[in-house]
Design a protein around this ligand. Structure first.
Ligand code: 5RP
Length: 227
């Protein structure tokens, strides 16, 4: 049996093989991507030349420390590849993301990429999305109105995210509502309904976006799931 941290390290390290000389890639956020950054850092020291578009300030800082060149998304012609983590992955490779609060920039970067590869330990794989509270990024003005409308869509509980006793503010100055749907039967139509609410900036539902999911299973094996 491998610990969750060991599995994160395995998939993070494994995913580095998808990054080729000269590529400009999107780099996700979180504790699984942390291990990818460590591996890429070593390969850069050994001569790998890449540029990355970070999906958060956290990743930007880590990439800087790792000696990896950072580029603005506006200075690219789109990306060949983005590698990111996820909070939940279903059998159709639909995702819940945003546990780290970076979902908006993550979705913009993923949408700019030809290919999205997700790295995850096996605990993230589910039959149906929703046990993990769905993060929704909202404009601070009038957020309680948005909260009520999300409850109206059948959400059991909508919690304003806090960190260290303060309201969490995203890299782009928004709040995050963690939405306890418990089970999401129709992710695509829920995503559309959520986007119809004025004040919603982005949702953590990544529908039909992932191309490959690299899963680290409990027994230490790597499983590849293709869309
Ligand atoms: C951040 C994310 C992360 O990719 C997601 O939360 C998974 O993180 P971790 O690898 O730490 O479990 O969506 O917004």
């Amino acid at each position: 049996m491998f610990s969750q941290e060991e599995l994160k390290k395995r998939v993070g390290t494994y995913a580095a093989d998808y990054v080729e000389q000269g590529m400009t890639i999107g780099l996700g956020t979180g504790s699984t991507v942390y291990w990818l950054i460590q591996e890429l850092s070593q390969r850069v020291q050994q001569g790998l030349q890449i540029q990355i578009v970070p999906t958060s300030r956290q990743t930007q800082t880590l990439a800087n420390e790792a000696g990896i060149t950072i580029v603005d998304l506006n200075d690219t012609n789109g990306l060949m590849l983005t590698i990111d983590g996820a909070d939940e992955v279903d059998n159709e490779l639909n995702l819940i993301k945003g546990g780290g609060g970076a979902l908006l920039q993550e979705k913009i970067v993923a949408a700019a990429s030809k290919e999205l590869i997700i790295i995850a330990d096996g605990s993230k794989c589910v039959k149906k999305l929703g046990a993990f509270p769905l993060p929704i990024e909202v404009i601070p003005f009038g957020w309680k109105q948005v909260q009520q409308k999300i409850i109206g869509l059948g959400c059991a509980e909508v919690v304003l995210r806090e960190r260290n006793g303060q309201t969490f503010v995203s890299d782009h100055g928004h709040y995050i509502l963690d939405c306890h749907f418990n089970v999401i039967e129709k992710p695509l139509s829920l995503n559309t309904s959520l986007h119809d609410i004025p004040g919603v900036v982005e949702t953590g539902l990544f529908i039909n976006m992932a191309d490959i999911v690299i899963v680290g299973t409990e027994d230490g094996k790597i499983e590849l799931k293709h869309a």
